[in-house]
Write a protein that binds this ligand. Structure first.
Ligand code: SAH
Length: 235
């Protein structure tokens, strides 16, 4: 946790926040905090700054906060990710959030196991916890938006051209010969396949929306490795 993230409900007065449970434990145990210590803070979807510990008990603490500077610029990459298994999804969401991605489409693909769409992880606010961990890690405050698209064809035919407009679009596909280029600071749309890869029909459909198939070297990587290495080309 390189940034303590605050939520509006933590505020007990205009510049005073009270924290308990996970964040309280972390501040006590990892920061070994005492009254008067200053910590790096940010408000979810808001500004960043610092907080001074003004009260500390056995179960909570109070911080006087000053939030005045903006979070880092987002990474201008829209990610299309064939829905991975829930355990892997948690880790991928944490790392892509830490890398600054703000728009993530979880899409269907022929080789996505149908049961993944029924995972409780996709219900309600359950994904949020993993996004928050990514923000805390990276010292950022802006939550990514996650869009669930359980039907591939209507998504590609009805929405994708617009999503990818004004961006350079790539589909990561081992086996092609073009290597993924570097684009720093330019808008990119990146599609990553499921564990079994995209089928040829899906690659064709993405190509018809302007996506170029690209690869990273000769080796086939795990999805989570491929996601991080591909994103590193756009940082
Ligand atoms: N069994 C598939 C591999 C799928 S790897 C096959 O042999 O084709 C899962 C996904 O990770 C792929 O769909 C792709 O988007 C990404 N990926 C993994 N390794 C990659 C590489 N070397 N280059 C480009 N994309 C890669």
């Amino acid at each position: 946790m390189n940034l303590i993230l605050l939520h509006p409900s933590d505020l007990i007065a205009k510049n005073l926040a009270r924290l308990k449970e996970r964040r309280y434990q972390h501040i006590r145990q990892v920061h070994n905090a005492k009254i008067g210590d200053e910590l790096r803070l940010g408000m979810v979807d808001g500004l960043m700054g610092a907080g001074t510990i003004v009260a500390l008990s056995d179960h909570d603490l109070e911080l006087e906060i000053q939030l005045q500077h903006p979070p880092p610029e987002p990474l201008p990459v829209t990610l299309l990710l064939a829905l991975p298994r829930p355990k892997m999804l948690k880790r991928i969401l944490q790392s892509v959030t830490a890398l600054g991605v703000k728009n993530i489409y979880l899409i269907n693909s022929y080789r996505v196991d149908k049961s993944f769409w029924n995972s409780s992880l996709l219900q309600g606010e359950n994904l949020r916890e993993h996004l928050l961990l990514g923000l805390e890690q990276a010292a950022d405050t802006i939550l990514p938006k996650i869009f669930l698209r359980p039907r591939f064809k209507p998504f590609v035919e009805d929405e994708l051209t617009e999503i990818a407009s004004f961006t350079t679009a790539y589909v990561a596909h081992p086996g092609v010969t073009t290597t993924c280029p570097y684009h720093q600071g330019e808008p990119v749309t990146l599609a990553i396949g499921p564990e079994g890869g995209f089928i040829p029909y899906e690659v064709d459909k993405l190509q018809s929306c302007g996506f170029t198939p690209v690869r990273l070297g000769e080796r086939v990587l795990r999805v989570e490795t491929a996601v991080s290495v591909l994103l590193s080309r756009f940082i």
